[in-house]
Design a binder for this molecule. Structure first.
Ligand code: ADP
Ligand code: MG
Ligand code: ZN
Length: 477
């Protein structure tokens, strides 16, 4: 078996209002409108460091168990390319903001080598015979998170990235709904073992280390997995693997050679003379650390105690907003019912419209109301789902979101039957289905579902199956 080593360099766009070294906005806009002398690299302009970006990078450092550098400086990485108007990128070489961290995936520990801040270059758009440049992106703050080559398979790389993304969302440092908010350089090397005959030792395994190949600028975890899978197939066929930089083509699903890898020295790094040596006070560091939100892994452990299925919990944890709503609902209502309402019914409706909870202005109060109605057996789970669907529809159509009761009135919803009426149907069904009743009482639990079904039919489904089950059991057990 070949031995695979994978190390990732993950560039994450930090959630700041303004760019890393100037006050231009980071919001989406017409190309080349969020620009100024600094991010266009005019001679004589000077960078001013965005404090918020430092804070966010440090949050990542804490979340990934890193050692934080309170003293750091910036460097110029010089190269010529049209996306880099001033011919150098301001980044960090000797003193990353954080280093020596780790991220656990299952029982594997992936070491984080370093986290540093740098500015994004401009965006290059290739169109027919033109190359277009959008400098809106020039100077956007990035955190680069570099792992040790601890990952062992493309799949593990994907899981690592998904987990990393989840953490970054839960500590509110990055917004992954933005295009290009996570871009990855994936490094891979393969060591092959070959059986070889040695005239003294007999058959031996010969070790053959392949050169490290770096696949640049892949967007998203799934594409990284695909690119690495392709690269393994390609390298398996080669006798000699040379060190090089390749590019991933999302359309053809292949990698192509870009250049034989240059050494780091060739970038001619120098210290950035226009920025000071920065020192962050203990006080600020402590504040950042103590304000770090609870991490998804910790939440998961806490939620598992609520007797909710792991699947539902993991669905809640796909979105920090869904999780936040869940915690609010739990203050007043049953945890399991709250989790199911959000993770199953609301999430399904949101997914249908390709929406996130944070986009839709449904209030916690309104969800509590739906839970109340369910608790009082006034609506079933199915009806709760219909109400949510209607409310999300209001949002989609640009209308004011209706209250749950209003939705019920608009649907001319008939209240479920009174308990006494349901009991009457229950007794009828028991009388008419002596065989199923006998089966149930002699231990065949499945027969109860049959009986519940019979009652549901008789009532025209205007009852909660849970209520029916409760009544049947009280008659039969
Ligand atoms: P460079 O500075 O030339 O980009 P680094 O040594 O800083 O190279 O490593 C960059 C990335 O490459 C890191 O994520 C690291 O884990 C990974 N890496 C280093 N050596 C290997 C290797 N032999 N196989 C796979 N990945 C590697
Ligand atoms: Mg590199
Ligand atoms: Zn600017």
């Amino acid at each position: 078996m070949p031995e695979i080593k994978i190390g990732l360099e993950v560039h994450v766009q930090l959630n700041t209002e303004s760019k890393l070294f100037c006050s231009c906005s980071t919001s989406q806009a017409e190309p080349n409108t969020n620009v100024c002398d600094v991010c266009l690299g005019f001679p004589g302009t000077k960078p001013v460091l965005n404090e918020k970006a430092v804070e966010l990078a440090m949050k990542i450092g804490y979340a990934l168990d890193c050692k934080i550098n309170k003293k750091f400086l910036f460097s110029r990485k010089t190269y010529f390319y049209p996306d880099l108007a001033k011919n150098f990128q301001i980044t960090q070489l000797e003193t990353p903001i954080a280093s020596n961290g780790k991220l656990k995936i299952g029982d594997r520990i992936i070491r984080i080598r370093r986290i540093h801040l740098e500015e994004d270059p401009a965006k290059i758009i290739r169109e027919n015979n033109y190359v277009l440049l959008d400098y809106n992106r020039s100077g956007i703050p990035l955190a680069e998170i570099v792992t040790e080559p601890d990952l062992r398979s493309p799949r593990e790389a994907r899981i690592f990235l998904q987990k990393l993304q989840q953490i970054l969302e839960f500590i509110y440092v990055s917004d992954f709904s933005k295009e290009g908010s996570m871009r990855v350089d994936a490094n891979i090397s393969i060591t092959k073992y070959k059986n070889k005959y040695d005239y003294k030792k007999g058959w031996i395994k010969e070790k053959k280390e392949g050169g490290r190949v770096e696949i640049k600028n892949i967007s998203g975890a799934k594409e990284v997995e695909k690119a690495l899978n392709y690269e393994i197939l390609r390298q398996k066929r080669l006798e000699q693997i040379k060190r090089e930089t390749r590019l991933w083509n999302e359309k053809t699903k292949t990698t192509v050679s870009a250049r034989e890898k240059e050494e780091e020295e060739e970038y001619g790094y120098i210290f950035e003379p226009d920025l000071p040596f920065i020192e962050i006070s203990e006080e600020i560091l402590n504040k950042i650390q103590s304000n770090l939100p609870e991490l998804p892994e910790t939440k998961r452990k806490r939620f598992l105690k609520y007797n909710i299925s792991e699947e539902i919990i993991d669905t809640l944890l796909t979105d920090p907003e869904l999780t936040r709503y869940f915690e609010y609902l739990c203050e007043t209502h049953n945890e399991k019912a709250s989790a199911i309402l959000l993770a199953k019914y609301l999430k399904k409706t949101l997914n249908y419209h390709n929406l996130k909870l944070k986009d839709v202005k449904i209030e916690v109060r309104q969800l509590r109301r739906i839970l109340d109605l369910m608790q009082q057996y006034l609506i079933t789970e199915d009806v709760a789902e219909i109400i949510l669907r209607e409310m999300v529809n209001d949002y989609v159509k640009g209308k004011k979101i209706r209250e749950p009761e209003q939705v019920l009135r608009d649907l001319k919803y008939e209240k479920p039957l009174e308990e006494e009426k349901i009991r009457k149907f229950v007794l009828d069904v028991i009388r008419e289905n002596t065989k199923a009743v006998k089966d149930y009482q002699s231990g065949e639990k499945k027969s109860l579902d049959y009986l519940i079904g019979q009652v549901m039919k008789k009532t025209g489904r205007r009852v909660d199956p849970k209520k029916v089950k409760e009544l049947l059991k009280s008659e039969l057990d």
